[in-house]
Write a protein that binds this ligand. Sequence first.
Ligand SMILES: Cc1ncc(COP(=O)(O)O)c(C=O)c1O
Length: 338
Amino acid sequence: MIDLRSDTVTKPTKEMLKAMYDAEVGDDVYKEDPTANELESYAAELLNKEAALFVPSGVMGNQICLNVLTQPMDEVICEKDAHIFQYESGSPAALSGIQLLQVEGKRGVFTPGQIEPLIRPTSAYYMPRTKVIEVENTHNRAGGTINPIENIEALCNLAKKYNLFFHLDGARIWNASVATGIPPSKYASYFDSISCCLSKGLGAPIGSIIAGSKDFIKEAYRIRKAWGGGMRQVGVIAAAGLFALKNNIERLKEDHEKAKTLAEFLNQSDSFDIDMDSVQTNILIFKPIKNSVEEILAKAKELGLFLSVGSIGTLRAVTHMDVSFEDIEKVKLILGEL
Ligand SMILES: Cc1ncc(COP(=O)(O)O)c(C=O)c1O
């Protein structure tokens, strides 16, 4: 099977497994795991933040950040298809007692002009309190789209003007970075908190990093433990994350090339509809014209291809390190047959 459901399906390579096998470990709840400590300082340096923390998943990363930045009854402004809204099981409400205010962006990107009128007046005690602006870069549900750096800067200035925090769901910030040539640290510089995944395109089996100021991470550390995320000899997985950060960022360019090739094929086909302007990194969202999504999914599976579902009525294909350029040629044949 060729699996294009997600870039989370990658399996650790032999070299990564060796790094895991060789990892020096200790009890991380005592902060005595040298590999986890190294990963955290390496990531903090890469993102040019004072401190970083290793967490088991991207969801936990985002939710810890939101929890630290808010009080119950606060509001977070996010895009309508943001991962924190669509795919995190309603946990902002359950875990932090906060609500999300969704804004419709264009290809996942909203502007300062769109959200400034939505910021609640501080005098209105009967309203929720706007506390955080959240941005997802790249934007998963919009198809791996990149938020332009000028827009991020303008949103950052808006956040400062209204004394709001600015959070980045940078699960795939590495993809944005290799596509634009803008270093992850430059992206991170605009945000109070950032969560980024090691287990997607970078190929680690588990884990995310959150980063921010020392005080922010001190509080995040407390919340991670409270939510059951304090881990013991975690160096065995931190080693995979460290290996991923050191070796697998630049190669994401290949995944983008594979996505582009496939998108061009879909664009020429009269059976699928794809917005080529949204093809910016490794995620393709496209619509079947002659068949239902369910029919395509089932038939593709019979022919040896796993696809997934995007937003309603759309299919999703994600390229990653476990699919080769040759696989992409096979995918074209399968989709051609469909
Ligand atoms: C944009 C975005 N944020 C957060 C996450 C959550 O990551 P995890 O699956 O590790 O919890 C994902 C996962 O797909 C994602 O795409």
